[in-house]
Design a protein around this ligand. Sequence first.
Ligand code: IVH
Length: 687
Amino acid sequence: MKKADAAARVRELRERIRAADHAYYVLDQPVLADAEYDRLMHELQAFEAEHPELVTADSPTQRVSGAPSERFERVVHREPMLSLGNVQSDDELHEFDARVRRLLGLPEGEAVGYVVEPKLDGLAVELVYRDGAFAGGSTRGDGVNGEDVTANLRVVGGLGANRGVPHALEGRPPPRVEVRGEVLLFKEHFEAMNRQLVRAGEEPFANPRNAAAGTLRQLDWRVTARRPLSFVAYEALVPGGDPWRTHWDKLEDLAGWGFETNAENRRCRGIGEVLAYRDRMAERRFELPYDTDGIVVKVDDLDWRRRLGAASKFPRWAVAFKYPPQEEATRIRRIWASVGRTGVLTPVVDFDPVRLSGAMVARATLHNEDEMRRKDILEGDWVLVRRAGEVIPEVVKPLPERRTGAERPFRFPAECPVCGARVVREEGEKVYRCTGAACPAQLVGRLCHFAQRRALDVEGLGEKLAAGLVERGQVKDFADLYAVPFEVWQQLFSRPRKEQDATAARELPEKSAQNMVAALERSRSTTLRRFLFALGIPQVGEATAATLARHFGDLARFMDADEEALLAVRDVGPETASEIRAWTQEPQNRRVVERLLAAGVRPEAEVVEARGPFAGKTVVLTGGLSAMSRDDAKAEIERRGGKVSGSVSRKTDLVVAGEEAGSKLEKARSLGVRVVGEEEFVRLLKE
Ligand code: IVH
């Protein structure tokens, strides 16, 4: 590669790594899978090795990531908290061992004693103890400066999750000792906490590490106290020199002082034993009650450790072996096309169930035909599968060497598997679509979309009922919903209980039918915003629907708007404008809208007040409100001319933080966005 090209790629890599670092360490919202991040970092390292003249002091390869946040007091670590060099192969582990031996000048045949520990996937912290009493603690931050999170650390382990952060040490600790370790959430606690967040209408955390980091970096320690964080110790430092001969002795003292140390830690003689430990742990990692992403290998003899010292960023006496993302081989049983609400056919791959990242997986979806062709995936193939980000099942690649000749390429059906209508892939399109306007699969999806709470809010109308209506030929479009005879509702509600929607299952059929009719009646008076969203126009989500409603003010003006008029709407680009125009010009769609109006549906423009504290403002809601639901709060803000957004950015004017507000509140504080609590919010609504 030419030098100019290399320089451009290096710049690009650094930018992507910095953005990912910021998202991970400061916002606690990762944007890259670990493996992808490591790949970028390795690529950058390779470029810099080849073109040393391109290395700069601020390159991500030259420093520890994770700038400390300005929300907390800074703490300067007495000794920097280094991070670890990463290796991923046996060869690299052997190289590490060879370097240690070379630097120490060990004779051939003398094995190095190592301590091996699971690499815990949490947040590194340092705790300072004076005369055995907890005196303060901080996050790693950028390795030199950390964040003072003393108040939060004091309540780690308070729920009896494990021993947590001891307030006073047992035994006879030195007058000052700095204890380092990992704050983390056990998987079981993480799942319980996410369930609670979802119930409260909050975003769940992506993984235990983010949950632990988000919780420890709360401004209100009471929030931290309610969550079952744990602390596991793995290092101790004493000013003036270590009183221990080996790392193992140190771990024993830590346990004796009352810290939790990892029961999986082991002593190994030579790198061979390290490899065996690594293999055992890699197999068992998903059985452990906490997340691990590798193992850490440390030279046990502390004298040797001092002699080995550290390079600018990593110690030479330790290394982390990172597990590769887990992949398993399995055989594809069947590929089929699933039809969604918009008529798009998605290839679904069913394979023999395999255990991946701790769960059984038997199905993955591919984006579209191109991905399937590019990856060369055939029905009957043996394939490697994994869970992207250890979550979403994904087919990585086929294993062509295991083909028998019986494998067949999957062809998209010419006819929709649900309604039999023609399936087409238009020129320039990536996807196949069912052209059946009355396709039951599309129709059921569209009806559910139409009836959902944030659209026309027809309470009690879920997938089972919608499918029942479509199956009986009662409903061909939204407007038909308002003409379903009472007896049909009654019949649908008398079906065996397990087939009904859960909410309706407990009532008598007649009562349920009455409720449904009443819900439909209520849905007739709605807002233009909800109505436009309910129609399911491609590209028109809730936010765009709100903007369109505000802009056009009434339905007729919207239906007749040409592309130019649509382009004049804030946030509407050429693609959306052309999709909307295509939709409103389709005679079938116009007929449905007319029939909805004829059925008595009245989409009213919302009165938007041009003045007041919310007019023209972008507001983010986070945490639970006690006086109203989140949907109601949103409606109140929008009625006052405000826009509600899901994420905090520099463009946010106001954040309303309720109970247990999490990362959004932190982000607002870090960006200096105005934050109000529920009481103040209610007062502003009254203004
Ligand atoms: S030792 C210089 N031991 O890995 C020694 N670190 O990449 C560094 N980590 O910031 C710390 N488990 O967050 C050590 N058993 C373990 C660890 C561990 C996880 C993390 C820690 C550190 C990062 C270094």
